[in-house]
Every structure is written in C-alpha cells, then in structure tokens.
Design a binder for this molecule. Structure first.
Ligand code: FE2
Length: 292
C-alpha cells in the first residue's frame, strides 16, 4: 500500500495503465483553475498570435511558437476556430484549444495546484518518487468545435530512457462521451512505443517510426473514461489513448500535468526544451534544477 493509494489501486494501475481517482480535486480548486484560465483567455490578444493546435496525429507538426511554449504560457486555437475569411466563429474564450506548456512554473495558481503534497504522493505510490514536473496544459475541448486528439502514447512526445513519462489529467468539468472524454486501451501500456516526435532545430519536429505495429482503432478498441469534475486520471506514458471531437454545447475543461523521473535520461531531441532561466522542478517541492 502506498501513502495515498491502496494496494488495489496500485495493482489496477499496473494492470490497466490508467487509474481513475474520483473526487481528488475539491469543487473550489476546480473553480479556481477554471477562473484563472478564463482570465488568461480574456487577456490573450488573438490578433498577435494565430497558432493553431493541430490535433490529428497524422498531420501534427510543430512550429516555432509551439516549440517556444516549453517555457511560456501560450494559447493555441482550435483547428476549426476560424471561418473561411479568417474570422473567429465563436468568441475568443470559446475558440482556444489549449493553454500550454509551462503554466505550472509561471502562473501562481497553477503552480500551487501542481506542486501539491497529495499529487507528489500519488506519483511516488506508482513508482515516480523523483518526479519532475515537465509539461502542463489547460485543455478546453470547446463546445461544438473541440478537436479530436488522435490515438497516441504520451512517451511519443515526452521521451525518456527508460520511459517514465506519466500523465496526471484533472477533470475540471464532467467529461462524457458527448463532450469528448478520454478513451484508453486497458493494458495497452504493456505494448511497445510506436513513434517518437523528434525536434528538427528550433522551429520544427517530426515523427520517427519506432515500431510499425498499429495503435488501437478508436473507438472500438478503447474504453471511455467518463468522469465527473474533480476526478484525477493517471495515465502511463505508453498507454494508447484518444479523445473525440466535441460537438456538444458543453465544454470539457481539463488540466493536465506530465512528469518524468529525474533519474531517467531526457534527450535533447525532445521537442520540449526549457530555456536556462526556467529549470524543471521536482513535483515534491524540491529546489529548481538545471535543465533535464
Ligand atoms: Fe496524451
């Protein structure tokens, strides 16, 4: 038994590659993160930045703004945000796909939430006692235009040797099949890594195939993880997962934090490289470290 998780929960995580922890986050904390994200969206100038987050894995590419977001708080538009004349179809606040990727180190509200003793204890219970907080995203999955996130393994995008990346995904609103909840392949973390997303200089990254075996086909090979607001879903870095478009009238806000083990090697070819003035920190509140 761990400090926070029961022996059954730890063995379920080892068996399935994911773990659903309802009521991990209080209603007040969910509301505080949603409110803070609303402020960030309100302050964002849509005319200054037009980067779109292309969610389909087959066409995903990285541009200079995406790469620089390793050390900033950047808003990425939904792919379907603009109409043919380039104007927004919905309000600015209802057009952003996600905010990333250093919220946890640059925004005091997200920082306090991310570096919590409870979360560090969950990480330790599943074998990540030396977790470094690598990447954070506030995911909006907007009503009507929320994009699909193609089936993928997080280790494709955040690679370490050995593979240690672990996702902590917090539902800030109810996530249902209608508004594009997560889907996952139980036990799929016991399969190989299929692709690596490799940096090509400062303004591009592309995929290298590691293993040709296909990922599971959504939705039939996956199970839906419908969860209520306040639920934490822990995701193993090799677990294939997917989320569908959101055509409903309800958003599906979530906050996601990805951690790696401090003792694993984090290659310089990963897309996400922090600037020297913003070193990674341990999830358990240890001091700032040099760039991993
Ligand atoms: Fe993911």
């Amino acid at each position: 038994m761990g400090k926070v998780l029961s022996a059954d929960q730890i063995s379920a995580y080892e068996r399935d590659g994911f773990l659903v922890l309802p009521d991990f986050v209080s209603t007040a904390a969910c509301a505080a993160l949603r409110e803070r994200a609303t402020t960030i969206l309100r302050d964002f100038d849509p005319d200054a930045h037009r980067s779109v987050f292309t969610t389909n894995e087959q066409t995903r590419h990285a541009d200079a703004e995406f790469m620089a977001s390793a050390s900033t708080i950047h808003c990425f538009f939904e792919e379907e945000a603009f109409d043919d004349d380039g104007s927004l179809k919905q309000s600015k606040e209802l057009s952003i796909n996600k905010i990333g990727h250093a919220l946890h180190d640059l925004d005091p509200i997200f920082e306090e939430f991310s570096y919590s003793p409870e979360l560090a204890a969950v990480a330790a219970d599943i074998g990540l006692a030396d977790a470094l907080a690598l990447q954070s995203m506030y995911i909006c999955k907007q009503p009507r235009i929320g994009g699909e996130v193609g089936c993928h393994q997080d280790a494709t995008f955040l690679y370490t040797d050995p593979i240690t990346v672990t996702g902590f995904w917090f539902a800030l609103e109810d996530a249902t099949i209608e508004n594009g909840c997560l889907w996952a392949e139980p036990g799929g973390h016991r399969t190989s890594l299929r692709k690596k997303f490799v940096r090509r200089g400062d303004d591009a990254a592309t995929f290298d195939i590691v293993d040709e075996s296909p990922l599971p086909t959504p939705p039939q090979d996956l199970v839906p993880l419908e969860v209520t607001a306040g639920t934490l879903v822990v995701l193993h870095g090799l677990l294939p997962h997917w989320s569908d478009v959101n055509r409903s009238d309800r958003s599906r806000h979530a906050y996601s934090l990805h951690c790696i083990s401090e003792s694993a090697d984090y290659p310089l070819w990963n897309w996400l490289q922090r600037t020297p003035d913003l070193p990674l920190r341990r999830l358990d509140g240890g001091s700032r470290l040099v760039n991993a």
